[in-house]
Design a protein around this ligand. Structure first.
Ligand SMILES: [Zn+2]
Length: 399
């Protein structure tokens, strides 16, 4: 009996030890194969999660970024970003690659340069390869954080030129053995946006940081308006009237354009002005080319529960929350229920980091009371007025 007990305890230890070995093996794989990102808007996801709008996104990546595939799941590859970090990417966003020179055993970072031109500030980080990265906006103090995966610091030279205007200070820490974290401290309290990409000269990661607009005058802001859906993408439908979301988002967007023009703004951009089909990547790339000071996307909500109603605003990045709060505050003056201010939202147009943006879900097409209001042209004008006032409140409050 005693001997049996000893034997089973020994077996348990052997089992635990072999599990431990397996865990270690999974944490530090040397296997897999290399790929580079391809296409206009490849992005990493945190995990295999999926809902109506896809899994939670970690970051968009530039093309040609080098990734190591270690596993796959359905339509995704699982990539090893660093010893401790994995991410998911669509198989269609990468292609296999063979390196002419193998990566060094310990890839090292080089010098960092901070400077500005007449439009933006830049942080340029010399790297041995086009390595994956992500950015995080952090408020109070106002800071932009960039993590570069798979690299160890040999950065002993960080030049900061006075031509940088919105960047107060740049510094780094070696967050993990192979994750370099760059802190970019910003002037003021508002994030105006940033874009990460590799420069054309090679393996220098560029963080391009937007400066605040020259004037806080609403007439001077370059404002983009996105009427949700369009063409074959009809969006929701009214439960009683059967009207389509795509038609009413366009009506409200046109009223918003009119309201802003009436304020004297001649710097407006609409992603669509007719009933055309326009997919999300096309909208994101068109907006990137326009480079607005801010973007508002207009949608109408819908629920399978017909008593749910009200107005809401959405953002993904915490640095852009204040705009969505200011617009919601004004929208509530229309006597709509408060459905809420929603963060980390996975809507495609909440994803861009380049400019502050806000998704407005005006009201519910699936609720009879809200729907009645949505049908009224007067309501479209009121919504336009409130969004305009929200933008104005926000820009005035920005320090
Ligand atoms: Zn919609």
């Amino acid at each position: 009996m005693k001997k049996n007990k000893f034997l089973s305890i020994s077996l348990l230890w052997i089992l635990l030890f072999s599990l431990h070995i397996r865990v270690i093996a999974q944490e530090s794989p040397v296997s897999g194969f290399l790929v580079r990102t391809t296409g206009a808007l490849p992005f990493l996801e945190y995990g295999p999660g999926d809902d109506r709008l896809g899994g939670a996104k970690m970051t968009y990546l530039d093309s040609q970024v080098l990734l190591r595939v270690v596993d796959s799941l359905a339509g995704d590859y699982i990539v090893q970003l660093s010893k401790q970090h994995r991410a998911y990417i669509s198989r269609s966003s990468v292609r296999p690659v063979a390196l002419s020179r193998p990566l060094p055993a310990v890839p090292l970072s080089g010098s960092i340069r901070v400077h500005g031109d007449d439009r933006y500030d830049y942080v340029r980080i010399s790297l041995p390869e086009k390595l994956p990265y992500r950015s995080i906006m952090r408020p109070e103090p106002n800071r932009l954080i960039v993590d570069v995966f798979g690299v160890t610091s040999n950065t002993n030279w960080l030049t900061q030129l006075r031509s940088a205007r919105v960047i107060r200070n740049t510094w780094y820490e070696q967050l993990e053995d192979d994750v370099l974290r760059i802190h970019i401290d910003l002037q003021g309290s508002q994030q105006w946006g940033h874009l990460l990409y590799y420069d054309s000269t090679g393996n220098r990661l560029v963080v391009r940081v937007r400066r605040p607009p020259v004037s806080k005058d609403i007439r001077k802001l370059r404002i983009a308006i996105d009427p949700g859906h369009g063409g074959s993408n009809t969006g929701a439908a009214g439960t009683i009237s059967k009207v389509l979301e795509k038609d009413y988002t366009l009506l409200m967007a046109k009223e918003l354009e009119k309201a802003l023009r009436k304020k004297g703004n001649r710097n407006l951009y609409m992603t669509r002005i007719t009933d055309t089909t326009l997919d999300m990547p096309a909208r994101i790339l068109a907006l990137r080319a326009i480079d607005p000071d801010l973007m508002v996307s207009i949608h109408l909500n819908s629920s399978s529960v017909d008593t749910i109603r009200g107005t809401s605003t959405f953002y993904r990045h915490i640095g852009f929350r204040p705009l969505s709060q200011a617009i919601l505050k004004r929208m509530l003056e229309l006597g709509l229920e408060e459905y809420g201010n929603v963060g980390h939202f996975n809507f495609a147009l909440s994803g861009p980091t380049e400019y502050p943006n806000c998704l407005v879900e005006v009201a519910f097409l699936s609720n009879a009371g809200d729907e009645r209001r949505i049908l009224q042209p007067r309501f479209h004008r009121d919504v336009a007025k409130k969004i305009t006032e929200g933008i104005q409140d926000w820009i005035r409050s920005v320090r």
